[in-house]
Ligand binder design. Structure first.
Ligand code: GTP
Length: 158
């Protein structure tokens, strides 16, 4: 379990165990790869971030992950792995988010990318992501680097 403060000074608790905070979380974040690059979405107000969002009523979290990747990037998910879960204790609300790793094998242009401007591929995330104004606050969570390490381990294990 890792505990840290986010960009807004909210306390965030991260765990890589199996759904430690909720069996049915209401949010998802999908660390997505396409053709040897990270596949991000350009959120209209927050900036560059991994696709994700809210789980809809009656929907499973993994289905929400696949849907959000398609809606926000046009990416078709070929493989999806559960990585972990985090809990954000905000001033007004608490949220629980599943983290997934997804591999996309096709990009289909969408008429509308919801609240985003659509896909953006980057080879590497910037080292100074915490102070990079192009990136969303979501990408400034320590979660991102820790989850990437976890994904590397998973891929090494093959
Ligand atoms: P809408 O209802 O779509 O407008 O969403 P919202 O802006 O109310 O945000 P949401 O319900 O997604 O999240 C509520 C609050 O939780 C946000 O204002 C953030 O402060 C916080 N939050 C959401 N996602 C993350 C995240 O990935 N990391 C961190 N650190 N905080 C988050």
């Amino acid at each position: 379990m890792e505990i840290f403060k986010d960009y807004y000074n909210n306390t965030v608790t991260l765990s890589f165990s199996d759904h430690p905070f909720s069996e049915s979380p209401k949010h998802v974040l999908v660390l997505t790869r396409y053709q040897n690059a990270w596949l991000l979405t350009q959120h209209k107000t927050r900036g560059l971030e991994f696709p994700g969002g809210k789980v809809e009523r009656g929907e499973g979290a993994s289905d929400a992950a696949v849907r959000e990747v398609l809606e926000e990037t046009g990416g078709v998910v070929a493989t999806l792995h559960y990585i972990g879960q985090y809990y954000v204790n905000g001033k007004n609300d608490q949220i629980i988010k599943n983290i997934y790793y997804a591999e996309v094998n096709q990009l289909i242009e969408q008429d509308d990318y919801m609240e985003t401007l659509g896909p953006a591929c980057v080879k590497d995330l910037p080292r100074q992501i915490k102070t990079d104004a192009a990136y969303s606050f979501i990408m400034k969570d320590d979660i991102i680097q820790l989850a990437i390490k976890k994904i590397d381990q998973l891929l090494d294990e093959g």
